[in-house]
Design a protein around this ligand. Structure first.
Ligand code: FO1
Length: 316
């Protein structure tokens, strides 16, 4: 089984690619929940939903989040009724949040709710939240302390960040199956998600970093940094804030205690040769995933870079 660590939009593209080259039963996706938000009384798990929609073919290609072709009529009416409206929940997307919230209120765990939603959407790959316990990514900024969605969506990540904290992480336990899948994996892949706010919360959950250090599986990361800058979003700025360069060397630094290989873009060949060492293998390819074929090709490249055995359900 191939295990992927991911956040939302950027990571989802690689997950879609892996879904094309690996049998669904051979794919486990461990997803960030530090971005989760309580909105209009509903529990929204943006990264889980992005992955569920990516794996069921429902994801909006234009936005990279939410449902393709969704409408926003409820949002417009909520605005008219004086409700907060800076976070755009689509009408079809709402059905997911209503269902998840009902399941949680009935006492189900987030992982159980996620499995049930995945099954209803016809997904055969395994999608695991990082934890069933609440972890909230909080950013101390020039405008005070913000939740991730307040920072990312409401402030359009245009405020200076001084510190990132993962509230609740020190007492959060990994969701059932997370540690087991890390230990038993054939390969572990870090999607090109933001190392600070998408992967950071997962690594902050008790025991996950240790499991990564202990597993025998090869661990590879796909760099979200291309040509010395983030493909999208605030990864570069947040990496600098952490004291890491916003280059592929910074990505290697973020994962240094467990990483075996880094997949970077051709644009970073020069930096890659500087970075290559005995312990870290760095391979370059096209990492911009602007078509299904590009996603598939990158996924295949990463799987091959991990030297995963051929045959036995791995569709290579
Ligand atoms: N991103 C935005 O930039 N603006 C939005 O209004 C927005 C709404 C939204 C609703 C549901 C959902 O699942 C995701 C949504 N996102 C939106 C994306 C989300 O903020 C980010 O993709 C992740 O949290 C970052 O990984």
């Amino acid at each position: 089984v191939i295990v992927v660590f991911t956040g939302g939009t950027g990571g989802a593209k690689l997950v879609q690619g892996l879904h094309q080259v690996v049998a669904p039963e051979e794919l486990t996706v461990i997803v960030n929940t530090g971005d989760d938000i309580e909105w209009w009384g509903l529990h929204v798990s943006p990264d889980i939903d992005t992955i569920l929609y990516a794996l069921s073919g429902l994801l909006s290609t234009e936005r990279g989040w939410g449902v393709e072709g969704d409408s926003f009529r409820c949002l417009e009416r909520m605005k008219q009724l004086g409700q907060p409206s800076w976070f755009s929940l689509g009408d079809l997307d709402l059905a997911t949040h209503l269902t998840r919230t009902a399941m949680l209120r009935a006492g189900k765990s987030l992982s159980r709710a996620t499995t049930e939603l995945a099954t209803k959407l016809g997904i055969r790959a395994r999608v695991l939240p990082m934890s069933d316990d609440r972890v909230s990514t909080m950013l101390d900024t020039a405008k005070g302390t913000l939740t991730f969605q307040e920072y990312f969506v409401r402030e359009r990540h245009q405020v200076e960040v001084r510190r990132v904290r993962f509230e609740g992480a020190h007492r959060a336990r990994p969701a059932p199956g997370v540690i087991e899948s890390i230990v038993a994996a054939e390969a572990i892949i870090f999607a090109p998600s933001n190392p600070v706010t998408s992967i950071g919360p997962i690594l902050a959950v008790l025991g996950i970093r240790d499991a990564l250090k202990q597993t025998k599986a090869p661990i590879a990361a796909v760099s979200p940094i291309v040509g010395g800058a983030a493909v999208s979003g605030p990864a570069g700025a947040l990496m600098k804030m952490m004291g890491w360069p916003s280059t592929i060397a910074g990505v290697a630094k973020a994962y240094e205690d467990f990483l075996d290989g880094l997949v970077a873009d051709h644009a970073d060949e020069a930096e890659a040769s500087v970075l290559r060492s005995e312990d870290l293998r760095v391979r370059c390819t096209n990492t911009i995933m602007n078509s299904p074929a590009a996603r598939r090709d990158l996924a295949r490249f990463v799987v091959e870079a991990c030297a995963v055995k051929r045959g036995a359900g791995v569709g290579l």
